[in-house]
Design a protein. Structure first.
Length: 432
């Protein structure tokens, strides 16, 4: 394998006029934007922009067609069928809040409960926490195993006749594990409990098949798959879309209105008031086309190779402490539904240095990675950690980036403790 990603040249941020020395390791937060996506958005804004679903003149009709074609494109991308609906939102966060307000709220009483995992992103914790406080319901937390996975057996024991919803992540944005969504959905459906999946990280390692997973709601954001920010998706079974009331109110979601009442339209459109973010939706479609053109087989082969190399190099540093466990070097991520360890996300701490100091030191060499609680503060508390560092890889990362990361970490350790001393077998000796 080449040390440089074959797709790095698709991303203008690495050009000589921008940041040619950048090592970007924060793709779990947001992926960088390829030129193809930026150009599609630029072309729409400059030459095709109009308000969709509002008028019959040609520009508006074209915008409407773009949005509806995008709905079909997203459905195909996520493995949804005619029995599921695609709703455009501003983000995964808004999609979760939509389900909380339009679905769960009307079903909750003070006797009810909602179940989430112990390693949920704040976006999949705070809405349910607030909702339960609002009505006096109980928020139940499903524990994780020593491998970081949601404990399905323990989760099953939390479900009862008063459980309204289970909300879990597909892929942990901190632990880098893929949760057994099919098993969780099977257990939940045995007791007629719907399941929402936060797929913000899951879509990066596709192909994801909504129908095969068996969940009832799936949310993700465009910028997690190399699209623009400000565009999210909620995929829902149609039976729930029919039951749910609009999340926000405004123009474009009504069949008729009087001063006294409104009759709302049916289907996904009733959750999309105001003006569609057509530019963001165009960027999402282009991002999907970009990934499909590369093919998932190529993407996963590259991801597997770079991830294995990353873990191999970090494993050799005795002062690097992973949050949960060391993954093995053999990744099989051709189907995100079938594997446990998710490549490309690795969180750790470094002995002798605060996470902030490590991140700042590396940033001086244009090596960008995340530090903090990664928007999963309760998990860090349970691990007795104030913060962690996270490396998350993207299509643009190659072996040379990882080499620079490891060199930077070694340099910082040398400043803190002095250089490593090796024995005749090249093993690191204790400097003391």
């Amino acid at each position: 394998m080449s040390t440089i990603s074959p797709w790095k040249h698709d991303f203008p941020i690495f050009s000589i006029n921008a940041h040619p020395n950048l090592c970007y390791f924060d793709s779990a937060a947001t992926c960088l934007t390829p030129k193809h996506v930026a150009e599609a958005i630029y072309y729409y804004q400059c030459f095709s922009h109009a308000n969709s679903h509002k008028s019959v003149y040609q520009l508006s009709a074209n915008a409407t067609e773009l949005v509806e074609q995008a709905r079909e494109k997203v459905a195909n991308f996520i493995g949804a069928t005619a029995n599921e609906g695609v709703v455009f939102t501003s983000s995964s966060t808004e999609s979760i809040n939509l389900v909380a307000t339009s679905f769960a709220l009307n079903r909750l009483t003070k006797h009810s409960n909602i179940i989430i995992g112990a390693a949920e992103h704040h976006a999949n914790l705070l809405p349910w926490q607030a909702l339960c406080k609002q009505v006096g319901a109980t928020l139940r937390i499903a524990p994780i195993t020593s491998q970081g996975l949601i404990d399905v057996a323990a989760l099953a024991k939390l479900i009862d006749s008063d459980t309204v919803l289970i909300a879990v992540n597909h892929v942990s944005n901190v632990l880098g594990v893929i949760n057994p969504i099919k098993k969780i959905a099977e257990v939940a459906h045995q007791k007629n409990v719907p399941v929402l999946v936060d797929g913000a990280q899951g879509v990066r390692y596709g192909p994801v098949n909504f129908t095969d997973l068996g969940c009832d709601f799936y949310v993700f954001s465009s910028h997690k798959i190399y699209g623009a920010t400000g565009c999210g998706v909620l995929v829902s079974k149609n039976k729930y879309i029919e039951q749910m009331s609009p999340f926000q109110l405004g123009a474009g979601i009504v069949q008729s209105v009087s001063y006294q009442e409104a009759i709302f339209t049916q289907g996904p459109l009733k959750f999309e008031p105001g003006s569609h973010n057509v530019a963001g939706i165009v960027g999402l479609v282009e991002a999907i086309d970009y990934l499909n053109d590369i093919t998932w087989s190529e993407i996963t082969a590259h991801t597997d190779a770079t991830s294995a190399y990353l873990f191999q190099q970090l494993r050799e540093l005795p002062y690097i402490n992973p949050l949960i466990f060391w993954p093995n070097n053999e990744f099989h991520s051709n189907n995100v539904s079938d594997v446990v360890q998710c490549p490309s996300i690795f969180s750790f701490t470094m002995a002798g240095a605060s996470c902030q100091d490590v991140a700042g030191f590396l940033d001086d060499s244009e090596i960008a990675l995340r530090f903090g609680t990664q928007c999963v503060e309760p998990l860090h508390h349970s691990l007795n950690l104030a913060a962690s560092l996270r490396v998350s890889l993207g299509l643009y990362n190659g072996f040379e980036d990882i080499d620079r990361l490891v060199t930077g970490i070694k340099s910082l350790n040398n400043l803190i403790q002095g250089p490593d001393i090796f024995d005749e077998n090249n093993n690191i000796l204790d400097n003391e």
